[in-house]
Design a protein around this ligand. Structure first.
Ligand code: HEM
Length: 526
């Protein structure tokens, strides 16, 4: 291919010169410019594109690794928009590179797995235990928090204290009261919006609920900081989702869209606000025995305590990560409930049969609601909030994946969306059918992260530590909302449920869900 292009270009120029009667001196200039072409072609025309150029000097090493060349210098950056997961899946299928595809994002070497076996090699081994960090994430202090800290002692320590003090089963169950209070508030919010507008946009209600849930579990109740922190989280999401040339080219000294400036400003605000809360709590000494994450961090023995800047980063990360994931997942679930009335009715019947109409659903009822759990799994399959497991991994040393050589420093992504929509893995992958998880029985454990056919929380050492908390929250709130209301399309003035997607940091519904919620006969008032 490369030699064919090189051989045909001079002939093309001569033909062009003769056809359009370009003077000989001009044709000669064109021909001499052509001498530069082999240089550029050598850089660019390699499987995977520009960023892989150096590794093809030793073709034995990269034999069989295939991928798109992409654009000169930009590589495949132009396809990394709001449908990147779909475009990458289609590309991998066309190139026969589902198991592993190489590509270039600017100067960054990337591999993408769209297959459970290679996904497991990437996620579960120790070779991809770091994450590449975007400049915005670094400026927003996430390098000192769990999600982006290099996989060393500090990161291990953060995971350990979070596992004990934020995500342990005991802690999750001790926060049921908070989740129930917020569910009560959501029910009232839905009724008010129905009274005022005749329909309800659940996004705002779910977002506020998820934010309050995480803020109170991190700082305890009564601070009333929800709105301020909500705006900060929203801005952080926008900044991390923003395209930044400096993430793909060595252009760190430039600030194209003012991303750096805005990150510095936001980080200063977060430092002020969270730093202030830490100082006040330390000064008051009111933390021993507190049931919030900050109190737990302040109660650690002196030698184990985090410095204040590290504590700010860790607390901020929890709020940042715990809000949108939960709200986005619940909005997708409610959209599916409105769209599939038969499935909604089946879930409501399961709830009514299990507990009657005399009391609200509790955490302890969820294991007796297998169909409801199957609905959550099916939505995670069709609309995984992190379709490219957005927080990718980084090869910490040279490694082989699928027997192919991958150099140290390569970014690795798993296209979970491609895996969960692959007809060779899932029967009727486009059909919304929670029953598939009932038929599969309990053999399909999403929680363990060991079955990479469905691993929306990732897998391996860096698996999402918030998955049990996230699922407990989503399942309880879903059960409460289904127990209380019948969810219907918004009516003829509104669009029917629109399942269009938009990939930002998470995979969101492009248009907020608008629907009607009708109080079920005999349902309890919140
Ligand atoms: C339904 C909700 C959620 C989904 C779908 C989700 C998904 C993910 C995924 C895909 C990863 C990357 C895993 C990997 O690299 O293998 C991740 C990491 C992470 N998640 Fe979640 N998550 C959810 C909820 C939460 C919540 C509620 C929290 C905290 C309050 C949280 C905190 C984190 C953190 C700190 C990491 C980084 C872990 C590390 O790098 O060591 N997540 N999540």
């Amino acid at each position: 291919m490369k030699s064919f292009m090189l051989a045909s270009l001079p002939l093309l120029i001569l033909w062009f010169g003769a056809t359009y009667q370009i003077s000989w001196p001009h044709t000669l200039v064109l021909l001499s410019l052509l001498t530069l072409v082999p240089f550029f072609v050598n850089l660019w025309v390699v499987p995977g594109g520009f960023a892989w150029r150096n590794y093809y000097q030793n073709p034995k090493k990269l034999r069989n690794l295939s991928g798109p060349m992409g654009w000169p210098f930009l590589g495949s950056l132009p396809i990394m928009g709001s449908h990147a997961h779909r475009k990458l899946a289609a590309m991998a299928t066309v190139l026969g590179a589902n198991r592993l595809m190489a590509l270039s994002l600017g100067a960054t070497r990337v591999i993408i797995s769209s297959h459970p076996e290679t996904a497991k090699e990437i996620l579960c081994g120790t070779s991809f235990s770091d994450r590449p960090i975007k400049e915005s994430a670094r400026l927003l202090m996430f390098e000192r928090a769990m999600g982006f800290a290099p996989a060393g002692n500090y990161w291990r320590y953060l995971r350990r204290i979070a596992a004990t003090n934020m995500f342990s089963p005991r802690r999750i169950s001790s926060l049921e009261g908070l989740r129930q209070r917020i569910a009560n508030g959501m029910v009232v919010g839905v009724m008010n919006e129905m009274d005022e507008r005749g329909f309800v946009e659940v996004r705002g209600i779910l977002h506020n609920g998820a934010l309050r849930n995480v803020v109170e579990s991190v700082f305890g109740s009564g601070l009333g900081l929800g709105e301020e922190l909500g705006l900060m989280v929203a801005e952080g999401y926008e900044l991390i989702g923003e395209f930044n040339w400096a993430d793909y080219f060595p252009l760190g000294f430039l600030d194209f869209y003012g991303v750096k400036r805005r990150c510095h400003k936001l980080a200063a605000k977060v430092n002020d606000l969270v730093g202030q809360i830490i100082k006040e709590r330390t000064r008051s000494g009111e933390f021993s025995g507190g049931n919030d994450f900050l109190s737990a961090l302040l109660s650690l023995p002196k030698e184990d305590q985090l410095s204040e800047p590290d504590m700010v980063a860790v607390l901020w990360e929890m709020i940042f990560r715990g809000t949108d994931t939960v709200a986005i997942l619940l909005e997708w679930i409610m959209a599916r409930m409105v769209l599939h009335q038969d499935i909604q009715a089946k879930a409501q019947k399961e709830i009514d049969t299990c507990l009657g109409s005399q009391r609200h659903v509790h955490d302890s009822d969820i294991p007796n609601l297998p169909y409801l759990q199957a609905i959550v799994k099916e939505v995670l399959r069709l609309h995984p909030p992190g379709p490219l497991l957005s927080w990718s991994r980084l090869a910490v040393h040279d490694v082989h994946v699928d027997n192919l050589f991958i150099p140290a420093g390569t970014t690795a992504m798993v296209n979970m969306w491609a895996i969960t929509h692959d007809p060779s893995i899932w029967k009727d992958p486009w059909v919304f059918k929670p029953e598939r998880f009932i038929e599969e029985g309990d053999g399909f454990s999403m929680m363990s992260g060991s079955d990479l056919r469905l691993a929306p929380f990732g897998s391996g050492r860096r698996v999402c530590p918030g998955k049990a908390l996230g699922l407990a929250t989503v399942e309880l709130w879903l059960a409460r909302l289904l127990q209380q209301f019948k969810w219907l399309p918004a009516g003829s003035d509104h669009q029917p449920v629109d399942l269009s997607e938009c990939l930002r940091l998470s995979l969101e519904m492009k248009k907020p869900l608008a629907c009607r919620a009708v109080r079920k006969y005999g349902s309890l008032i919140a």
